[in-house]
Each structure stands twice: as structure tokens, then as C-alpha cells.
Write a protein that binds this ligand. Structure first.
Ligand SMILES: Cc1cc2nc3c(=O)[nH]c(=O)nc-3n(C[C@H](O)[C@H](O)[C@H](O)COP(=O)(O)O)c2cc1C
Length: 241
């Protein structure tokens, strides 16, 4: 059973899905590329769905204390399927889709992180990558394809300077959405890292033009995240200048 069927089944068994209310479909933006346009599925956009999403955003936390196994009932295929869905639907400049993801586990995960440890000179600096090697089940590596950015720069020279930032922005969307979605799996824990030089340890497993942007180190959560402090960051609404 796919992870989406599992989620649907769990959701169905606890909540009846309202079917009678038809919500008008939002206007679709014109597609940038030629080709068949998939029909958008009409969706219930109820406040309940919004609160489910907001709760998931709130519940995503940095979890450093991990065990090198998957939570019960979760498969690597589930992790891949969820990440794949996010990779597909994350927006990007001009719909250029510069994002790439690879998942490391098993010996590959251990070897890469052990090489990161070796490359770091200080004992203190080795601690985090050593915990990734020993205490995590896997790593989701987020990358951008520089060839896509270069193509955009050539195609749209007026925007050339902006495209590298656009690619990183879009990649950040993939990172945080993936972290948020996976954190909804009971027992899943992860922390985000930036040992981007580990590209050198991946050899020809990734594209030559790909740049590593971040790593989500994941496994089974051992200890919940502690309290988090928040800045007072009220949003002003400006109606007159
Ligand atoms: C863009 C970004 C970069 C981050 N880089 C690191 C990192 O390199 N190492 C790390 O341990 N945590 C990193 N974090 C995690 C933050 O420290 C963490 O999200 C923050 O303290 C808030 O805690 P929370 O994730 O539990 O909400 C990063 C988070 C973001 C969004």
C-alpha cells in the first residue's frame, strides 16, 4: 500500500470526507512549457484542511536525538514517495524545476558521513556529522541543477542575476516541505545540515552540474524537541502610504 493510500485510509477512518460542497476551482496559471496540461482535481479547501497544514508546520522540529532505523510502519519507499511528490509540486522560477534530490542510506550514508567527519579538523566539529553517521537511518540530499539555471540565464538575460537565488529559494521550499511532511509520520525525526562539500564523496552518483544545498538527516526520534522561543514578529497590514 502506498503512503498516500495509508494516509487516506487513516484519514477516512477518523473523519468523514464531505463530498456535497463543491468549491470553485482556482484559476490556473498559464503553463510555461508546451505539452499536455493535467486536469486539476477540484478540492475542498476547508478551514480544517488549513489547520491540518498549519499544525504540520508547527509540529516540524529539529530532532538531533535519533536511532538508525525507520519508525514502525514506515518504509523507505514511503519516504521516497512523499519526497518525490514534494519535488514534483514545489514551484520554481519560470517552472524551470532546477531541484534534485537523492536519498542515502545503508553503507552509502555511513561512508559519506564518515568522510565528512574525517575532513573536519576539530573534535567539536566532528560531533554532528559523527552522529549522522552512527545514529541516523538515512540522509535526504537536496541539490540544484546549475545547467537549468544557466539555461534560464541564457534564455532570459534581463533576469540573469536573479536566477541563482531563485533556484536556492525553490530548493528551500523542497527542503522545508519535505521536512514538514515527513515529520507527520509518527516517530520520524530529522535535522537539517549544510555539509555541502560532501558532494565530493558522492562521485558519479549525482550530476556533474548539481550543487548540494542541504541535507536532511533522518531516523527514528528518540527524544522530542524542547520548548522553542519565538520573536514577536507581528505582520503589519499596510493599506495607505
Ligand atoms: C535555512 C536553514 C538552515 C539551517 N541550518 C542548520 C544547520 O546547518 N545545522 C543545524 O543543526 N541546524 C540547522 N537548521 C535548523 C535550525 O537551527 C532550526 O530550524 C531552528 O533552530 C528552529 O528550530 P526547529 O527546527 O526545532 O523549529 C537550519 C534551518 C534552516 C531553516
Amino acid at each position: 500500500m502506498s503512503i498516500f493510500s495509508k494516509i487516506k485510509k487513516a484519514f477516512k477512518s477518523s473523519t468523514p470526507t464531505p463530498v456535497e460542497k463543491v468549491v470553485p476551482q482556482a484559476k490556473k496559471a498559464a503553463p510555461v512549457t508546451a505539452g499536455p496540461v493535467l486536469a486539476a482535481t477540484p478540492k475542498e479547501s476547508s478551514p480544517k484542511e488549513v489547520s491540518v497544514l498549519l499544525n504540520a508546520i508547527k509540529e516540524r522540529r529539529t530532532i538531533y536525538s535519533l536511532k538508525p532505523e525507520l519508525p514502525r510502519g514506515v518504509t523507505l519507499e514511503d519516504i521516497k514517495e512523499i519526497t518525490q511528490a514534494i519535488l514534483k509540486d514545489t514551484p520554481s522560477a519560470f517552472n524551470s524545476q532546477p531541484n534534485k534530490v537523492v536519498i542515502l542510506t545503508g553503507e552509502a550514508h555511513k561512508q559519506v558521513w564518515n568522510q565528512v567527519v574525517e575532513a573536519i579538523p576539530t573534535e567539536d566539529g566532528k560531533r554532528r556529522p559523527q552522529s549522522a553517521a552512527d545514529e541516523a537511518f538515512g540522509t535526504i540530499i537536496f541539490l540544484t541543477d546549475d545547467a537549468v539555471t544557466k539555461g534560464l540565464q541564457e534564455g532570459f538575460p534581463a533576469w540573469a542575476a536573479a536566477f541563482p537565488d531563485f533556484a536556492v529559494t525553490s530548493n528551500g521550499g523542497v527542503q522545508i516541505s519535505t521536512w514538514t511532511a515527513l515529520s507527520q509520520l509518527p516517530g520520524f525525526g530529522a535535522h537539517l545540515q549544510h555539509y555541502n562539500f560532501l558532494k565530493g564523496f558522492l562521485g558519479d552518483k549525482i550530476g556533474e552540474n548539481w550543487t548540494v544545498q542541504a541535507q536532511l538527516v533522518f531516523g527514528s526520534k528518540v527524544v522530542e524537541a524542547g520548548e522553542k522561543s519565538y520573536n514577536d514578529n507581528a505582520i503589519p497590514v499596510i493599506t495607505d502610504l
